[in-house]
Design a protein around this ligand. Sequence first.
Ligand SMILES: NC(=O)c1ccc[n+]([C@@H]2O[C@H](COP(=O)([O-])OP(=O)(O)OC[C@H]3O[C@@H](n4cnc5c(N)ncnc54)[C@H](O)[C@@H]3O)[C@@H](O)[C@H]2O)c1
Length: 345
Amino acid sequence: MSTTRLALIGAGIIGKTHIDRIQRHPDLELAGIADPTPAGQALADSLGVAWTAEPAALLDQVRPQGAIVATPNVAHVPVALECLSRGIPALVEKPVADTVTEARKLADAVAHTGTPVLVGHHRRHNPINQRARALIADGQLGRIVSATALATFLKPDPYFDVAWRRQAGGGPILINLIHDIDMLRFLLGEVTEVQAMDSHAVRGFEVEDTAAAVLRFASGALATVVVSDATTSPWCWDMCAGEQGQYPRQDVASHQIMGTHGSLSLPDLGLWQYRGQRGWHDELSHEETRVHAADPYTRQLEHFAAVIARQAQPLCSALDGLRTLAATLAVHDAAVSGQSVQLKD
Ligand SMILES: NC(=O)c1ccc[n+]([C@@H]2O[C@H](COP(=O)([O-])OP(=O)(O)OC[C@H]3O[C@@H](n4cnc5c(N)ncnc54)[C@H](O)[C@@H]3O)[C@@H](O)[C@H]2O)c1
């Protein structure tokens, strides 16, 4: 495999994760960093790569084969459009945009330019979720009837010292639950209707600390999802799946998928089925599949290299990112309005 040269735009927390994975990979190379801060410039200097404050200047200077857009949400689409206008494929961090209208602009630009965008919903690249999707596609669960997803954990008090994290839009629905909704879409298909409630009762901030939602899928399946950053609880993907060393791993399940002929818990890939007679008086078998652990951020970059080489279609396209964003915003809108929200294409 030849080396793929990538530019990094936005060298904050997740940008540095991408840099780390690029540097460890024999077939990836960091071409330069665009970030307006002195810290961004210092990082580029320390790594011996090009630096500019403005994304467009970096793209013109280093002509990367692909660019990673890891800026704050509001800049995702403007920066990605700079990439597409130069024919440079972009890996755009989640959420794809801060509004559905902006996301639509990007999806239209992909269709117009033919230059691909991969959205950074990294859980799709986790071998656990890929196996779960294959088991479902293989009919192991029969028809999917329902699912539950828990994203319940505790953000420490100092996290809220930053003003935007106490304000509407800066909370766990858009920051955390969006990952679970994308995961459910990856496994179960399109969401067509959302009902939800939120609560501010624990911290009393403008932003929610807890939300509970019911999702209806095009298949007819129903899912319940709960997110809270104010609970002492291990039941969230980040703590259960062990994707990142910063969260101590807990050996419990955070997600369950229930079908007419089997059920699956995740991330343990526990499969429950009847082998003989089928009914709740009969014996249920339980087996666990162990997949090889692999870092989803590295796999996502390897997939991005394949997308750049036009050897693969994006596993999460701009349109996919739009639909996940729309379903996530619908949780917020349904909670605020008290009305169910219908999702149209
Ligand atoms: N997939 C994941 O696991 C994951 C995890 C964390 C964050 N994210 C997403 O990544 C994005 C960044 O989050 P973060 O936590 O790294 O934020 P951050 O604030 O730590 O970093 C953002 C960086 O972008 C820079 N920046 C701002 N505007 C810019 C511009 N116009 N051009 C270039 N650089 C610019 C800032 O100086 C900063 O260094 C967000 O969209 C967030 O939702 C994804």
